[in-house]
Design a protein around this ligand. Sequence first.
Ligand code: UDX
Ligand code: ADP
Length: 458
Amino acid sequence: MDFEKNILCIGAGYVGGPTMVMIASKCPRYRVVVVDINQEKIRDWNSDNLPIYEPGLDDLVKKTRDKNLFFSTDIEKGIKEADIIFVSVNTPTKTFGQGAGKAADLQYWERTARQILANADSSKIIVEKSTLPVRTAKAMERILNGSPKEISLEVVSNPEFLAEGTAINDLENPDRVLIGSRETPEGMRARKEIVEIYAHWVTRDRIIESNVWSAELSKLTANAFLAQRISSINSISALCEKTEADIDEVAYAVGTDSRIGPYFLKASVGFGGSCFKKDILNLVYICQNYGLEEVADYWESVVKINEWQERRFINNMLSNMFDTVAGKRVALFGFAFKANTGDTRESPAIYIARGLVEEYAQVVISDPRALENARKDLKDLKERVTFEMDPYKAAEGTHSIAILTEWELYKDLDYERIHESMVRPAFIFDGRNILDHKRLFEMGFNVFAIGKAPLKHF
Ligand code: UDX
Ligand code: ADP
């Protein structure tokens, strides 16, 4: 079959993989190739055991793979054949040199840009899919325009807003698709081509066009706003614990104001995930670079409150368990940074597990999807950490349970049975406010939730 267009995606991770699967499924006349330097990952994308878990992903891969969707490690061939190249390589926080701990590490991006330049022998559109600092497109243009070849490599920004666990639904029914380009004739032509891809399934009113800098900055800003809402509600949760106000009631009352809205107001042990912290710190760094110290401080406080909330959770466990957890078994229910994913990047559970181990607790970790990643995250703590898929077994002989991920399964467990198997007094720390606290208290548990008065028997 002759395909109308060849699309390449460099980077087969959480963003590139599902996005290309969706494009392939919605655009059967386009040939979509996804490449990565990581051979193992590509092998997994070509197997029945995909490298990431997303509800609905397996089915879509089965329908498209080897028809118009291909996974490969041959990056150079992919570049040569492509009309449009999405770049979806990782942009972690820099760990060295200037901007360490804040700025985005653009080395993978730059390497990719140079690889495109070296291998492209026809004109192409280069699409920034990874979240990048505002004005990265400028740097990319400088590199890509360094070619003596008579070809045009036009840079377009098309940030991805999907959230993990709901990636397929977010891709299929996005609130909006954002496409930013230069406002030159070439830029506008490139923009139109990217719009055409999404117009296969997204209505025109949901496809937003903008200049390239606005698109880059909107992605950072959207993540900063979402995280800021969580830090805002989490900061108030601490005040609730002091005043007998209930954070869920406050969030509901506040969120029913249509100007505020109900989303992202769920108090928790803290936000995790690969994006929020990284993107805010990146925003902070950019502001500092432009001499906007007040703006930088404002956004940095969102991350600081999050770290404080995680620390507060550990301190709360410690102080309520008679100021010591040394030698006590503690079960963590959930290790993923949120439900419906096996991803543990920046999960508050990592910090909590480490904090408890520092206090010499014996930590048992349970999670339906994330144990493999949890083992990697805590590989240096072998002696004090064990892993147990079955929550009933994980809870046996423990002094306390901490709910760290809002998996549905934790709501419906037989807590009478769990209580029977624990050391008394038994504690539950609900870091996601998903359990029926009153019922647990009546069973005999001492219950501590986020932003609520404690329910204790002593
Ligand atoms: C986020 C953005 O939502 C998405 O648009 C962007 O593309 C990538 O970053 P993701 O990190 O996958 O997506 O998950 P998200 O659902 O935003 O949750 C992030 C963290 O915030 C999780 O740890 C979650 O548990 C926490 N959270 C979320 C809360 O604590 N309270 C809430 O009300 C919402
Ligand atoms: P995200 O959550 O943004 O998708 P991931 O870390 O899940 O981030 O995915 C990024 C992918 O990009 C990884 O699979 C990584 O191996 C890949 N990658 C990084 N650098 C390159 C490169 N130069 N060429 C091809 N793939 C790359």
